[in-house]
Ligand binder design. Sequence first.
Ligand code: ATP
Ligand SMILES: O=c1ccn([C@@H]2O[C@H](COP(=O)(O)O)[C@@H](O)[C@H]2O)c(=O)[nH]1
Ligand code: MG
Length: 226
Amino acid sequence: MRGGLVASARLLPRPLVRWFLQRRAQQDINENMLGGKKVKIIFVLGGPGSGKGTQCSNIVEHFDFIHLSAGELLRAEINSGSENGTMIDTIITEGKIVPSEITIKLLQEAIIKGGNDKYIIDGFPRNEENRVVFESVTLVTYFQLLEISISPEFVLFFDCSEEEMERRLLGRNQGRSDDNIETIRKRLKVFVESSLPVIEYYESKGMVKKIDATKPAPEVFEDFLN
Ligand SMILES: Nc1ncnc2c1ncn2[C@@H]1O[C@H](COP(=O)(O)OP(=O)(O)OP(=O)(O)O)[C@@H](O)[C@H]1O
Ligand SMILES: O=c1ccn([C@@H]2O[C@H](COP(=O)(O)O)[C@@H](O)[C@H]2O)c(=O)[nH]1
Ligand SMILES: [Mg+2]
């Protein structure tokens, strides 16, 4: 079907094809669609060690969502030997926030590659600038012409005490460069100063489902389901 369409499109004047795709893109932008499908995005936010990754793994076992962890995408970028790798590594080890254009490009690529219409995005947006840029840029898909912009359906906020988050991260033992007390303290500060305002923004729009994440993991998941 797609092959037939592409072949027919080649017979038409390029400005006409461009006009048609741009018109279609505009419709999709208005409707939050990707290639004719409604794209559903859920943001999962919470402090470092609040259990975002743990709960996202549970969620995708039960629901047809693709889990995208912004932090995992950044760590994969470091490991791929990309030219930005060293800079990203330094920022993560300092507990700071990677420039929006880098993280958003990785998320966009993963969304397009995922080919699904439901994504649960873990650990993003980390600050107001992340949020504004993500919601204002567009995804460029087939023919590099069809563009859509994306906003979340709702936001899950895993609310956990600092003492508990610190205890969990010090015991995580996954070889992460940021699982040390100096970086953890910096990450907690960045969470309060930069990430909480994003949660407050979505709260003001009635879009936040807040869950007590200090409880044991199975109970947190139960609370999510209810
Ligand atoms: N509810 C819980 N109770 C106790 N330990 C938990 C709970 N949830 C997760 N953990 C453990 O805490 C550690 C941190 O969890 P996880 O990696 O899911 O957090 P995170 O929010 O994704 O952290 P980060 O922001 O650093 O990626 C892991 O070792 C995990 O097994
Ligand atoms: O949107 C993002 C997500 C992550 N970072 C950086 O990565 C680390 C680890 O992220 P996790 O989601 O906790 O795995 C985070 O502390 C930031 O340094 C980012 O900059 N932007
Ligand atoms: Mg995580």
